[in-house]
Ligand binder design. Structure first.
Ligand SMILES: C[S@@+](CC[C@H](N)C(=O)[O-])C[C@H]1O[C@@H](n2cnc3c(N)ncnc32)[C@H](O)[C@@H]1O
Length: 241
């Protein structure tokens, strides 16, 4: 039997969270701040705990100043601090930023939209965006802003939930169950889902982007080399009329 470690499925409406807030990331995350804090702080509860060691190894060594955008309740910042980074965190949701501060997660706390950071150009030599680029309304603008505040030669470290997570689902619990995508993989699509695990409930909402849109945004911001695009099948295949 396959252990389902992520149940984020569905480009669909969820029942519990406020429908209007779902399209406003600040309002949504403020509304689910306590849910997220409980969810994120339960050891072993989500994939963060499985990827934690790899994430720590993947990070560049501490530089002069590290910025985490979309810090939530602060667990990633606590990892960075533990590794010796001098960390400033930002989030758009006041309750989450307050939770991060109450847990002494970082050295500085700034309430800010990641698309409009109140920092000078080249203020940081490390920027981290951990599982938040799916949550912002304008992902390319946030990547451009991260590039602006990075000093030359600095590093942006990104973690995202793979877009397939929100585009389809396994059709059964067996390890070889087919994964089916309903609708298209291409284009930006809003998702919302209600995850239940270990007696906790979490309402997620955000936007699913094909991987190509991330690499295009990184390339446009000067942070990645141009990469092969994922052309839509209709562009490369002859289809029967
Ligand atoms: C899934 S949580 C991830 C939190 C943390 N990085 C972690 O991995 O534990 C996404 C976070 O992004 C924040 N967020 C969403 N849109 C944002 C924006 N435009 N600017 C800054 N933070 C934003 C949310 O408030 C939330 O705290």
């Amino acid at each position: 039997m396959r252990q389902v470690t992520s149940s984020r499925v569905g480009l669909r409406r969820c029942g519990g969270a406020d429908a209007a807030a779902e399209h406003d990331p600040g309002a949504h995350w403020e509304q689910v701040a306590q849910e997220w804090t409980d969810w994120a702080r339960t050891p072993g509860h989500d994939l963060f705990w499985s990827y934690r060691t790899v994430f720590r190894a993947f990070l560049p060594p501490p530089g002069a100043a590290t910025l985490e955008i979309g810090c939530g309740e602060g667990r990633v910042a606590r990892e960075l601090s533990d590794l010796g980074h001098h960390v400033t965190v930002t989030d758009i949701a006041p309750r989450l930023l307050a939770a991060a501060e109450a847990a002494h997660s970082a050295d500085g706390y700034v309430l800010a939209d990641a698309a409009q950071l109140p920092f000078d150009d080249a203020s940081f030599d490390r920027v981290v965006a951990y599982n938040m680029l799916m949550d912002v309304a304008d992902m390319p603008a946030v990547i451009a802003e991260a590039a602006r505040v990075l000093s030359p030669g600095g590093t942006l470290t990104v973690s995202i939930v793979h877009p397939f997570t929100d585009r389809g689902r396994f059709t059964g619990p067996d390890v070889d169950a087919p994964f089916t995508v309903t609708g298209s993989y291409y284009g930006r699509a809003h998702f919302s889902s209600t995850d239940r695990r270990g007696g906790q409930v979490m309402h997620f909402a955000g936007w699913s982007h094909p991987l190509e849109e991330y690499t295009a945004a990184l390339t446009a911001a000067g942070l990645a080399s141009p990469s092969s695009p994922n052309p839509a099948p209709s562009e490369v295949l002859d289809r029967p009329a």
